[in-house]
Design a protein around this ligand. Structure first.
Ligand code: PGA
Ligand code: ZN
Length: 427
């Protein structure tokens, strides 16, 4: 089986900006497709998303150059090649030739990489999640991930209400993925009711979470606990809380600035704030509690809390095997956020996940704040038995495309379906 043709076009993402869609056709006629997502709180160690920069089109965010790179360079280089995803990814990296995929664009590379994987899975007649497990050399059974679901949004995903980015819930006590979503739905709609009662806005942010102006960040934690209790779910026993601090985006020159609270902290104070929250609320997971290059802060954070809370690195690791290795060597964090477009090819992502497994770091497969109807990451999480997934809230179709794919997979797996449930450090 070989690659017959590759074609790309510019389409739209959930924020109303262009993104890349690719189609790969194999010699036997099977077609694979993929759309790439796009972040707002982008770390400096991520692979480069190529944007045209032409202010006349889509405020400079057009992706015609990335599309052209696929149609005019990648397509001819791949034509006739063995349809082997490892070889295709290797060829894509070679063609680009840079460490951060800045020549052809990580958005161009990833679209082709994922579309090829889908085409090959179809050609083999196996579900995508099974194929991904094969390529990633995962020999355990498929696993429905525990979702970490955004309820309150702030930071770069909302309109200036809070500095921190996500306040999420983790329905670890549910007995199935379907029940987990149902529990989250109760909390989501209860939060909406509470906000209405208080006369606060229920408008949705980029990931479908609410973005009310609160008196401070801690109020978001109180709000989640109140909603759980009203929904008859026990905070800390049925459901936990996760926070994506996304602190890289309010860190400068050694200072963490919570503008909405008029508060400026050094790394020690930041760590103390997080530790205090973990003591007083059922916080099970803290993402990017320190900034992407504040290794010292991360070490303090990990020494202080690494034994009792999931410390998740997003901007810190950028799904980059090299940075994950460095983190492990320095004893920093204990979990890794996995975003395909941070590294730019499928197989590098799978290899990063394998490293995490070997070193005992938990993995959380993640969508981006600008996403699409492509549910690829649902299969990635299930096949690779990642354990956790972070898609955004339970509203908006680019989010529900993934949740609904997970519901279908759970149903199809029947007796084989197993829900991950308890996350690290859950009671
Ligand atoms: P992003 O946000 O897609 O805007 O980077 C997601 C996250 O920070 O986890
Ligand atoms: Zn994050």
């Amino acid at each position: 089986m070989t690659v017959k043709s590759v074609h790309a076009r510019e389409v739209l993402d959930s924020r109303g900006y262009p993104t890349v869609e690719a189609e790969v056709v194999l010699s036997n006629g099977t077609v694979g497709w993929a759309l790439v997502p796009s972040g707002a709180s982008i770390g400096t160690h991520e692979a480069l998303e190529l944007r045209d920069g032409d202010a006349e089109r889509w405020e400079g965010k057009g992706v015609l150059e990335a599309v052209h790179n696929i149609n005019d360079h990648i397509a001819s280089a791949l034509r006739g090649m063995d349809a082997d995803v490892r070889k295709v990814d290797e060829r894509l990296r070679e063609l680009d030739g840079t460490t951060n995929k800045s020549r052809l664009g990580a958005n161009a590379l990833l679209a082709v990489s994922l579309a090829t994987a889908r085409a090959v899975a179809y050609a083999k007649g196996i579900p995508l999640y099974r194929f991904l497990a094969e390529v990633g050399s995962v020999h355990t059974s498929p696993l429905l991930p525990t979702p970490m679901v955004n309820i309150i949004s702030g930071g770069l995903h909302a309109g200036g209400n809070l500095d921190m980015q996500d306040f999420l819930v983790i329905p670890f006590g549910a007995s199935s993925f379907r029940q987990a979503l149902e529990w989250v739905g109760k909390v989501y709609h209860t939060v909406k009711r509470i906000l209405q009662e208080r006369g606060l806005t229920t408008l949705l942010a980029d990931e479908g979470g609410f973005s009310p102006p609160l008196t401070g960040h801690e109020e978001a934690l109180r709000l989640l606990c109140e909603a759980m209790e009203r929904a008859k779910l026990r905070p800390g026993d049925d459901m936990g809380i996760a926070v994506d601090v996304a602190s890289t985006h309010f860190y400068r020159d050694g200072r963490y600035t919570l503008r909405t609270e008029g508060r400026i902290m050094d790394a020690d104070e930041m760590v103390a704030l997080i530790a205090d929250w973990c003591n007083r609320y059922p916080v099970l997971s803290v993402e990017d509690g320190c900034a992407e290059d504040d290794w010292q802060g991360w070490q303090n954070l990990t020494q202080r809390l690494g034994g009792k809370v999931q410390l998740l690195g997003d901007d810190l690791f950028a799904t980059n095997p090299q940075r994950i290795r460095q983190g492990v060597a320095m004893g920093v964090a204990n979990a890794v956020l996995i975003k395909l477009n941070q590294i730019g090819t499928l197989t590098e992502t799978l290899d990063g996940m394998a490293l995490c497994r070997r070193w005992g770091y938990a993995t959380v497969v993640s969508a981006r704040s600008g996403d699409t109807e492509d549910p690829f990451i649902a299969d990635l999480a299930v096949g690779m038995a990642a354990g956790q997934i972070k898609i955004g809230s339970v509203a908006r179709s680019e989010r529900t495309a993934k949740y609904n794919r997970l519901l279908r997979l759970e149903e199809r797996l029947g007796n084989e379906a197993k829900y991950a449930g308890r996350t690290p450090f859950a009671r």
